[in-house]
Write a protein that binds this ligand. Structure first.
Ligand SMILES: Cc1cc2nc3c(=O)[nH]c(=O)nc-3n(C[C@H](O)[C@H](O)[C@H](O)COP(=O)(O)OP(=O)(O)OC[C@H]3O[C@@H](n4cnc5c(N)ncnc54)[C@H](O)[C@@H]3O)c2cc1C
Length: 461
């Protein structure tokens, strides 16, 4: 492709900024990133409180975040944040140690069985499900894998493995089918409480591409990365280091693609490009969630785009930032496993204390409001439920200082996954001089989205 082509990138979150960086690394000098809001980072939002930054969005990474590491190297920064640590509470607010056999003599047989199953699962993933952990979902529904190895060198790999079709099953069914149902006890912590839905409804592919075996073990060992200035800082730094920083406050009202050109109306002015990469939401089910709309609403969307993107669902993940009095400040972050089941929808699943030494800091709380077979919990009601839960946890809030319910983890259903949704969308890449990136194309975390952008540039530019 001609290195001088004019490329428009919609969205200045991890996916859009990484697309800019990788294009630049490959010699493309003529890209423009249009960001609707007044800051970069998207769901990496790290506001200030008392001179420190807390996290309203992304918090952590793992050592296999190779794309995020590319960004760190590009900018000369590192993951220098506070060490993460956590304990567990039951729904009544008692501190528990669910994985400690000595504290749970009655549970010893289950814990031993679980340990065995985790080992077996690791082996199954390497053998029966070879190729399961590649970024993106190309070929999975057809029993193929195609992409780049999850290694620093990201070697190209591809092959056939018909077992991969099983990844379209709900994760719960997938585990039961493989005789490893107890591994859900481990995977649920960094999955459901992080807002990615429940195991009886979400295709195993999403769970395992994010929580591949190594990543899950890093969570178990708390071998995790954070950033002192927050995850937003990563993307602020990237924005400062790329040749063409994102143009903030860019309101796109129309995109028309005709005669091999892309016409983008930004803040009332029509701009001409050759290609467009969309990292912003492709479709938002209820039209306007927290000021989000989908590309199908402002693009001259074609029938295939409308048809496929209308299948995208998302989670309503709700975060509150609270303060407490010193005596009510939690000693550490807590997971509440009892609340990670659909029956406890809307309840507090995890709360995060960021700084070990500091007691005048913000605590952030996390709850989910949707499950595919249940009625959605309204936003205000969910916030109230979480504040009540904090009282039960013996850490009542003094004041709520921030909150949002975010358009989270766009994904498709097990049925659409099995019917080859991803291969249909991948076949459309470039068709209308348009490329689709961002969360739905891979998974809703910083690294999967940045890595997808890397591979998109590698594959098509
Ligand atoms: C509470 C929470 C906790 C999380 N925890 C973690 C974690 O610990 N680790 C991790 O790796 N990830 C975590 N994530 C997920 C991670 O933040 C996202 O997956 C990642 O930010 C996705 O990047 P993106 O660029 O695809 O999308 P986004 O971050 O959503 O960025 C999209 C950007 O596009 C802009 N935009 C939208 N519409 C338009 C438009 N029409 N025109 C122009 N611009 C537009 C938005 O303003 C935004 O800046 C968390 C997210 C949340 C909310």
């Amino acid at each position: 492709m001609d290195k001088n082509i004019r490329i428009c990138i919609v969205g200045g979150g991890p996916a859009g900024l990484s697309a800019g960086m990788y294009l630049e690394k490959k010699g493309y000098t003529n890209y423009t990133i249009l960001e609707r809001s007044d800051r970069v980072g998207g769901k990496c939002w790290s506001p200030h409180y008392n001179g420190k930054r807390y996290e309203m969005g992304a918090i952590m990474g793992v050592p296999s975040y190779y794309a995020v590491h590319d960004v760190e190297e590009f900018c000369g920064i590192t993951h220098d944040g506070p060490k993460l640590n956590r304990n567990y509470k039951d729904a009544k607010g008692n501190v528990i140690e669910p994985f400690e056999p000595k504290k749970n003599p009655l549970k010893i047989p289950r814990l031993l069985k679980m340990k065995k199953q985790v080992k077996k699962f690791g082996e199954l993933l390497e053998t029966k499900y070879k190729g399961y952990d590649l970024n993106g979902h190309r070929g999975v529904a057809e029993g193929r894998y195609e992409g780049y190895a999850v290694t620093p060198g990201r070697e190209k790999v591809e092959g056939y493995n018909s077992n991969l079709k099983d990844l379209a099953l709900p994760f719960k069914e997938f585990c039961e089918m493989n005789g490893v149902e107890l591994v859900q006890d481990i995977w649920i912590g960094p999955y459901t409480s992080f807002g990615y839905g429940y195991f009886d409804e979400i295709p195993a592919a999403y769970v395992l591409k994010y929580l591949d075996f190594q990543t899950t073990m890093n969570f178990v060992k708390v071998n995790l990365w954070t950033w002192e200035q927050g995850t937003q800082y990563i993307w602020e730094q990237l924005n400062e280091h790329i040749a063409h920083p994102a143009r903030l406050n860019s309101e796109i009202t129309r995109v028309e693609r005709r005669d091999g050109k892309v016409y983008v109306t930004v803040n009332g002015v029509v701009e001409e490009y050759d290609k467009i990469i969309v990292t912003a939401p492709l479709y938002v089910a209820d039209g306007n969630m927290g000021n989000n709309n989908g590309m199908v609403d402002y693009f001259d969307a074609r029938d295939d785009e409308k048809e496929l993107f209308s299948k995208i669902d998302y989670e309503r993940y709700t975060v509150q930032a609270i303060t407490t009095t010193p005596e009510n400040h939690p000693e550490i972050s807590y997971y509440v496993f009892d609340n990670m089941v659909p029956e406890k929808l809307g309840h507090l699943m995890v709360y995060y204390r960021r700084w070990k030494e500091n007691i005048d800091q913000v605590i952030t709380t996390y709850a989910l409001r949707t499950h595919k077979r249940m009625k959605e919990i309204p936003y205000d009601k969910c916030n109230e439920m979480v504040l009540e839960d904090l009282k039960t946890m013996h850490n009542p809030a003094k004041e709520v200082i921030n909150k949002w319910s975010v358009y989270y983890f766009p994904h498709v259903s097990c049925e659409d996954y099995a019917a080859g949704w991803y291969d249909k969308v991948e076949a459309m890449q470039g068709k209308y001089d348009t490329y689709y990136a961002g969360e739905v194309m891979s998974f809703g975390d910083m690294d999967e989205t940045a890595e997808y952008s890397r591979e998109l540039v590698e594959r098509f530019f």
